[in-house]
Design a protein around this ligand. Structure first.
Ligand SMILES: CC(C)(COP(=O)(O)OP(=O)(O)OC[C@H]1O[C@@H](n2cnc3c(N)ncnc32)[C@H](O)[C@@H]1OP(=O)(O)O)[C@@H](O)C(=O)NCCC(=O)NCCS
Length: 139
């Protein structure tokens, strides 16, 4: 497996992976254009790829707001989970945050035990206990 940067042609495979892992919903409005915009603004989108067949097996979308690195859409293909790939991708994500000299923040559902176990084992801790509010300016 290799970890590389996102390329625009990756999106269809990524979208399928997000759907399969249950982290994709249309209302999030994640598009190739938004990924490129976030990268232009100092973010990084990591792709984990099987170098034998070029299949995308994991994603970590790191955005940077000038203050913190935020990790979104962190996922590994279900058929390949539990083999250490998530940990590898998380370590690479942490390396990016160190490069940016910024804290790394993420949101995770309270019942997502696999993800929470991984984050805790890497040293993450609950930062604040609050609900997340958002307004969709769709029109
Ligand atoms: C979270 C996720 C990326 C982990 O990927 P993974 O490749 O399975 O993780 P790894 O095999 O590297 O395991 C790393 C650690 O995660 C934890 N973990 C993984 N699977 C677990 C499970 N089923 N139950 C409990 N802990 C688990 C363990 O701490 C594990 O470390 P260990 O192997 O030393 O015990 C993966 O479960 C996933 O894609 N989930 C669906 C998408 C998602 O919910 N993403 C998080 C959004 S915040």
């Amino acid at each position: 497996m290799i970890i590389r940067n996102y390329k625009p042609g990756d999106f269809p495979q990524i979208e399928a992976l997000w759907r399969e892992t249950g982290i994709y919903t249309m209302e999030r409005g994640d598009t190739p254009e938004i990924i490129l915009r976030c990268n232009t603004q100092g973010g990084k989108f990591l792709i984990m790829e099987d170098d034998l067949n070029s299949r995308i097996i994991g994603t970590s979308w790191l955005t940077w707001d000038g203050r913190r690195v935020l990790m979104h859409h962190f996922a590994v293909l279900p058929s390949l989970q539990g083999r250490g790939y998530g940990r590898k991708l998380a370590l690479e994500s942490l390396a990016f945050a160190r490069e940016k000299r910024s804290p790394l923040k993420l949101e995770v559902h309270r019942d997502n035990t696999p993800a929470i176990q991984l984050y805790r084992s890497l040293g993450f801790d609950v930062f604040e206990d609050y609900d997340v509010y958002m307004i969709h300016n769709d029109s």
